[in-house]
Design a protein around this ligand. Structure first.
Ligand code: ZN
Length: 492
């Protein structure tokens, strides 16, 4: 319904709704919930603890300290027909419902709300099914309404209910769509994930790096990190949300669905490479199972290092080193490396830009190489052109994304009138102030996702006049006539 309605219209639901259902209703976009059913339940002698609706005679410990519970309610339990008991019970149940709603509002604004919805639904099979159906069938609606990019939040994976979270699906789809092999790749290395993010900061990945960097050819290696349920993460994209911020148990024991999700993504990634490129696997347990599953459906040659004990043991690392030695010259690279863009961070920036703005974007913005400068207490990196010294963009650690400056955008979009994604046509020639409102929007592309960067062009689509971070998605713009649309970036 939300798809067709103005977001300014308040949607209210009414009926037999208990507080337990509130989180998912809010997730679905309901603004107002009628809680009168809680009063009806009070009259039926039910005591609400959110998790359960307990018949009042079963309550022994009163897990609440509201006025009713602290007051006389305790003494009235055994009275069969007491009007006062019903009144106090109503009071407790309503306070409970209203407290829960406050919790929801808090989490909605400041935490990863999705995980709260999952957690509160786990013991209710109907709710779990609703979430599954939403993820599978309504992903294309959800992605314009729920946060696909979040800042500095820890995402916990709870199990099957998390496998197809919209932000995970979006990451997988986008990575498959926009990740283009580097033309100089001669070797692919598959590595297990680590609990510390980004992976390259973890102990295990530092140990892998020590081996890999012994080879001067290491910029020709493509590393992929296997994880579940998120999928396959190219080293260059490890800083992007949600790859930079999810938490799973890394025991390597996964169920079939997880293994299938990741194996499927591995196939899609490896398919992009020529079959003669060797694929080195430094993996064990569930990770190994994923690689084997994928290899059975690919023409590529998968080779495996010998793991003794852990993947970071001396013997295992030695085996990885030998494997690289054996395979390093098996594939003859046809095209030469582009010197300045093969450095690790630059390789990352090129691929991050592709991930955000489509294949080819990275090399458009960074043709001459870059001079990255760290600023502001390590939470971002300024990207400057090596030759012209122009500031092209800012990389933010919190989201792993790059915000392009006007010069950066102008390189990306050389002909504004042919732009077909991620844009807004502004009603006028110049934007003033730091917020773009609905009134200023003449036209827009249908792929706008909240929290991503949008390009703003003038009425004639002749030039780029600004850029901003979207507050809402395309769907909101379509259905609304007023409201805030984007925060405009200000350039120094
Ligand atoms: Zn109470």
């Amino acid at each position: 319904i939300k798809n067709k309605l103005d977001n300014k219209i308040i949607i209210m639901v009414s009926g037999r709704i208990i507080p337990k259902f509130y989180p998912i209703l809010v997730y679905l976009g309901i603004d107002l919930i009628d809680c009168s059913y809680s009063m009806f339940l009070s009259a039926e002698n039910f005591y609400d603890t959110i998790e359960y609706l307990l018949p009042i005679y079963k309550v022994k410990y009163l897990p609440c300290s509201c006025v009713a519970c602290k007051g006389k309610l305790n003494y009235l339990f055994n009275k069969k027909h007491s009007g006062e008991k019903i009144d106090l019970l109503s009071l407790h149940n309503l306070i409970t419902a209203s407290n829960y709603m406050k919790k929801i509002k808090q989490y909605l604004n400041y935490e990863d709300y999705r995980v709260f919805v999952e957690k509160s639904s786990l013991d209710e099979t109907n709710l779990i099914s609703i979430l599954k159906i939403l993820d599978k069938k309504y992903f294309n609606y959800l992605k314009y309404e729920t946060p696909i990019i979040q800042k500095s939040k820890n995402i916990r994976c709870l199990g099957p209910s998390s496998y197809n979270r919209p932000d995970f699906q979006h990451f997988r789809e986008n990575a498959i769509k926009n990740f283009e092999p580097e033309s100089w790749t001669r070797l692919i290395i598959l590595l297990p994930c680590s609990s510390k993010k980004p992976y390259s900061k973890s102990k295990s990945h530092k140990a892998f790096y020590n081996v890999i960097r012994k080879f001067s050819e290491f910029p020709d290696f493509q590393e992929f990190i296997l994880t579940s349920p998120l999928g396959v993460i190219p080293r260059q994209l490890e800083n992007i949300y949600p790859a930079n911020s999810y938490d799973i148990s890394v025991t390597g024991e996964w169920d079939n669905e997880e293994i299938n999700i990741t194996a499927e993504m591995l196939i899609r990634m490896v398919e992009k490479y020529e079959p003669e490129i060797p694929i080195l696997c430094h993996l064990k347990d569930g990770y190994l199972e994923i690689a084997k599953k994928a290899s059975s459906k690919l023409p590529h040659n998968f080779v495996f290092s010998e793991i003794q004990d852990k993947t970071t043991s001396m013997e295992s690392l030695q085996s990885l080193e030998n494997l690289i030695k054996e395979n390093i010259n098996k594939f003859q690279v046809k095209s030469d490396k582009i010197e300045n863009i093969s450095k690790s961070w630059i390789r990352k920036f090129v691929k991050i830009l592709d991930y955000q703005f489509g294949i080819g974007s990275g090399t458009k913005v960074i043709p001459n190489g870059l001079k990255p400068i760290r600023v502001r207490g390590n939470d971002q990196i300024d990207l400057k052109d090596l030759e012209t010294q122009e500031k092209l963009g800012v990389f933010k650690y919190s989201t792993g994304q790059i915000v392009l400056t006007l010069p950066g955008l102008k390189r990306l979009i050389q002909t504004p009138n042919s732009i077909n994604s991620n844009y807004i046509v502004f009603n006028g020639e110049e934007i003033r102030g730091n917020t773009l409102f609905r009134k200023g929007v003449l036209d827009y592309s249908l792929d706008l996702i909240p929290n991503s960067q949008v390009v703003i062009v003038d009425e004639a689509k002749k030039k780029i006049i600004g850029s901003g971070e979207l507050i809402v998605g395309s769907n909101f713009i379509k259905n609304s006539k007023s409201g805030r649309i984007a925060k405009i970036y200000e350039w120094k």
